[in-house]
Design a protein around this ligand. Structure first.
Ligand code: OAD
Length: 233
């Protein structure tokens, strides 16, 4: 019996390590985005208010680097499972849209998306592509802000409530490629555990949250997921 036969409601809780094998850099550690770029210059509201063009340029570079990457076998396994199991959900900290590119539709994005921009007064619009279609709002002319949760931002409460509900209801919780240091996302493994889910961590490196899991797979996501679900994609 495979895990997908044994459990009905599966949550994949993903972080930057999920996309690492696709070539998208993680945030922390060697080569991580925050070791190359100072978030105070590129990833907070103050930076955007000071120099919106510089911040938008940084996010365009990120879009271009993500578009040059492809989902890997681990992403494809999760997408395949969603086709056969209606109660498969992805709750992700990633803003790169890789799960959707692999075919997942049930994706809750805790930290927003590189592929949306918004104006305070006129709402959020999808904006795909290497460059932003427009940097200013059609209606009021103000700078469009990437729809991403930056340092110092509040998370969208509707998104957090949705994720809470999904995590509380699951019977299998699989965390993949997160260092577990950014809150409130870092609290989801404990919520899953306390709600009675079996919890698995996939990460080559342990971290402070690791002791909470029932099982740890110290392996890359692209190898661990096909093996765990006996799906080769
Ligand atoms: P981090 O960069 O903090 O952590 C990446 C994790 O992935 C580490 O624990 C690595 O050991 C692990 N990892 C690396 N390669 C892996 C692989 N091939 N397979 C599995 N795991 C691997 O990234 P996050 O925890 O996602 O927020 O960071 C959380 C948030 O901090 C991000 O969403 C971002 C950042 O600031 C925002 O931008 C709002």
């Amino acid at each position: 019996m495979t895990l997908s036969d044994k459990y009905k409601s599966i949550v994949f809780f993903t972080g930057a390590g999920m996309s690492a094998e696709s070539g998208v850099p993680t945030y922390r550690g060697r080569g991580g985005i925050w070791s190359q770029y100072n978030w105070e210059e590129y990833a907070c509201q103050e930076a955007f208010d000071r120099d919106p063009q510089k911040v938008l340029k940084f996010h365009e570079l990120r879009r271009q680097s993500v578009l040059a990457c492809q989902p890997h076998s681990g992403h494809h396994v999760i997408a395949e499972l969603e086709k056969t199991h209606p109660q498969v959900r992805v709750v992700t900290q990633n803003i790169d849209g890789m799960h959707q590119r692999a075919g997942n539709r049930n994706v809750t994005e805790l930290h927003g998306s590189l592929w949306r921009v918004g104006c305070r007064s006129h709402g959020i619009v999808e904006d795909m592509g290497e460059t932003f279609k427009s940097c200013k709002c059609d209606q009021c002319g103000s700078w469009l802000r990437p729809d991403i949760v930056w340092f110092g931002d509040m998370l969208n409460q509707d998104v957090i409530s949705e994720a809470n509900l999904i995590v509380r209801r699951c019977d299998l919780f699989i965390s993949i490629g997160t260092s577990g240091v950014v809150w409130p996302a870092a609290g989801f493994p404990r919520i899953a555990k306390e709600s009675g889910a079996y919890c698995i961590e996939i990460n080559p490196e342990p971290n402070e949250m690791s002791s909470l899991y029932d099982e740890a797979i110290r392996e890359n996501a692209g190898r661990a997921l096909p093996a765990l679900f006996e799906i080769n994609k």
